[in-house]
Structures are given as structure tokens and as C-alpha cells.
Write a protein of this length. Structure first.
Length: 372
């Protein structure tokens, strides 16, 4: 089958046509940076892994303290920490940032040839450690620990064609039953795990006997309840970037990845908006879930340095010059909460919805989470 860097003809037309409709005004833009934060990337000496986490603890507050969004909130960063890399001091450095109101910690996992039972045990032990040892994550009304999830190597629900880097066909069921409130893995293009569904917020229902049950699902929609037994999927943008062409001809893929070579910018923002990720019926709330690997040295220099500062400054300047444009820094958990607020037909702006949600929560329900 013909592909462009992993995009098949099945979804290539949708990627190419993304953004043909004009943006609504006023426009409310929700920006979430989902960091696959891996201090032990490439198995470095312990001192290097320690320094990767410490760099964020030391430098991120200085950067975030300089900028505010349309509701006066500092930039937020969501660290999806790998369960298989758990080191208390690495997580505690990030937990300190959360206590400063600068982000959140959620769950990342790389595994291979796994089983449902082992996966359930891994997730239970790791989420308990995050909650009990570091005051992270939150509890639901029934007292269970809840978490957001990103799958390592993009292989959610055993979706790689060769069967590597997972092994669990009922992974969506295990995630839902162990407290996962939403998955943030996609998009994966150009990797082969890419789903047919793109640029979407939707609910996937597991077929426990087959892989890649999240390939399709039911779109989130105002006034419509989620299907029973389904898991919320929040995808990032996936469009063709005609300004960046391979060999001067073929467009490159814009998948929301933030790297040293591809820092955030207002130019990229328009591509992310063109993807049209929203809850059906609430097109004026645009959900932009970006991803990065922020522990890697080159990326951390970008994310903690001048390129990211320029993006924050440009956002604020654009909002000041255009009264129809409003932007909000949100964590992954807040993004999921805003999906549900939109589904419920909540009126007003995302800022009002976030304020109402914060006021409605009691400390006992939150399990001492990071301040929002």
C-alpha cells in the first residue's frame, strides 16, 4: 500500500484535507505538552539520569514564572514517567514542580511480550507508588487511583504489526479497570502503530481477543454519554506540512512532536489548529496535545531555553493583539476534564470550566494532587 512516512491511503486524504474550514471566533486553544520523560534514555550512568531530572526541577520554574495564559495560568508540563524506570529521587524532582503548580505526573510504560496479569500488577504498583510516596495522581469518587497513560514505542493494545513492545490484546480493558481516565499515545505516524482514526477525541471499546481496538471508536460529542466500558482517547494533531518538503516535493508530517530541530512556533500552531481536534458540537474549544521527550539533552535545552520562551512570548503577543484568540496551558488531566465539560454542554470559556472544576473538588477526593 502506498504510504507517505507511515500514512496509508486509508487516512492520507483526511490528513491532507485537515483544516479546510475557517476557525471559529472567538477561539479557545487548549495546549497540553505530554512529555515522554525518560531519565534513563540510552541507559546512561546514574549521575546522568539524576541530572536530567534535576535540570527540570531547577530550571523550569524560572521559565514558567515569566509567562501567563489568557486566564493568568503559568505554563503546564505533564511528565509521563516510565513505570519500568521508577527511581524515587527522579520522580520526587518532578513532584516538587507539581507542588509549585507547574504541571503533573502521569504514567508511561515500555513493555514487551507482556501478559494481562503482569500489566495489571505493574500499573497497580506504580500508580500506588506515585500516589502514596509522592502525593501524585488523584482518586475517583470510589477511592480508586486514576491516571493518564502513554504507551511506549506507540504500541498501545499490541498494535505493532510485528507484535513487539506490548503483547496484551486486552490492554484497553486493563487500563480502564486500573484507573486510566484517558490515553494520550496517538499520533504515532510515521511509526506503523498509527491508527485509522486521526485528529480525534473519541472512545474506544476493547475487543480483548484482537489487537489495536483503538483503531476506531465513537467521537466525543456534546450531550452524548460515553459508551459503556470504553476508554477516552485524546489524540494530538496529524497533518501534512507543505512548508517542510522532502526532496522539495513531498510534504513532511506534522505530528505535534517538539524536538530541538522542531521547536514550537506560531507557524506550527496554525497547523495544529488546522487538525481540528475538538469535541463535536464545541468547535470553538480546540485541543492541542503535543508530545516530546524532554529528558533528552538536546530537547531539554530547547524546552527550557530560548525557543520555548519565544513561543510563550509569541502566544501572549498574538492574544493581546487579537481579542478573539484565547489560549490556556493545561495538564493532561485538565484536558480530559475539559473534554467532559464540553460533553456536558458547559457554557462559557474553558477558564470558567476549569475554575468550577477546581472549586468542586475536595482534598479527600484529590489525594493531595499537584495544584492546578
Amino acid at each position: 500500500m502506498l504510504t507517505i512516512r507511515g500514512l496509508s491511503l486509508t487516512n492520507l486524504p483526511r490528513v491532507a484535507l485537515a483544516g479546510w474550514r475557517p476557525l471559529p471566533r472567538p477561539l479557545h486553544v487548549l495546549i497540553c505538552v505530554a512529555d515522554h520523560f525518560e531519565p534513563q534514555w540510552q541507559r546512561p550512568p546514574a549521575s546522568v539520569a539524576h541530572d536530567r531530572a534535576a535540570r527540570w526541577r531547577n530550571e523550569y520554574p524560572r521559565l514558567a514564572g515569566r509567562y501567563k495564559d489568557s486566564r493568568g495560568q503559568s505554563p503546564q508540563h505533564t511528565f509521563f514517567f516510565p513505570a519500568e524506570e521508577y527511581q524515587p529521587d527522579h520522580v520526587e524532582a518532578l513532584a516538587e514542580l507539581c507542588r509549585l503548580g507547574l504541571g503533573d505526573v502521569e504514567v508511561h510504560l515500555h513493555h514487551d511480550n507482556d501478559t494481562s496479569d503482569r500489566l495489571r500488577q505493574t500499573l497497580g504498583e506504580f500508580t500506588s507508588a506515585l500516589h502514596q510516596e509522592h502525593g501524585l495522581l488523584a482518586r475517583d469518587a470510589a477511592g480508586g487511583i486514576t491516571y493518564g497513560f502513554i504507551h511506549g514505542n506507540w504500541a498501545l493494545d499490541n498494535s505493532r504489526p510485528d507484535g513487539r513492545w506490548c503483547g496484551v490484546n486486552d490492554e484497553l480493558t486493563v487500563l480502564r479497570q486500573t484507573g486510566c481516565y484517558a490515553d494520550f499515545t496517538m499520533p504515532s505516524a510515521p511509526a506503523a502503530c498509527q491508527t485509522t482514526t486521526i485528529n480525534s477525541i473519541y472512545y474506544a471499546t476493547d475487543d480483548p481477543l484482537r489487537p489495536k481496538s483503538h483503531d476506531r471508536g465513537v467521537a466525543a460529542r456534546v450531550g452524548v454519554r460515553a459508551p459503556d466500558g470504553s476508554l477516552l482517547m485524546i489524540q494530538g494533531p496529524l497533518v501534512l506540512d507543505w512548508r517542510q518538503r522532502k526532496h522539495g516535493m513531498l510534504p513532511r508530517i506534522e505530528n505535534g512532536d517538539l524536538t530541538a530541530l522542531r521547536p514550537p512556533s506560531l507557524d506550527r500552531l496554525w497547523s495544529w489548529l488546522a487538525a481540528g481536534v475538538y469535541v463535536a458540537g464545541r468547535e470553538d474549544w480546540r485541543f492541542i496535545k503535543l508530545h516530546t521527550h524532554g529528558a533528552q539533552e538536546a530537547n531539554s535545552l530547547m524546552l527550557l531555553g530560548e525557543p520555548m520562551e519565544r513561543f510563550h512570548s509569541d502566544l501572549a503577543r498574538f492574544a493581546a493583539e487579537h481579542d478573539w484568540f484565547h489560549f490556556y496551558y493545561v495538564t493532561a488531566r485538565q484536558m480530559a476534564e475539559l473534554v467532559h465539560a464540553a460533553e456536558q454542554g458547559r457554557s462559557g470559556s474553558p477558564a470558567e470550566a476549569l475554575t468550577q472544576q477546581t472549586e468542586a473538588k475536595l482534598p479527600a477526593d484529590l489525594g493531595q494532587p499537584c495544584p492546578s
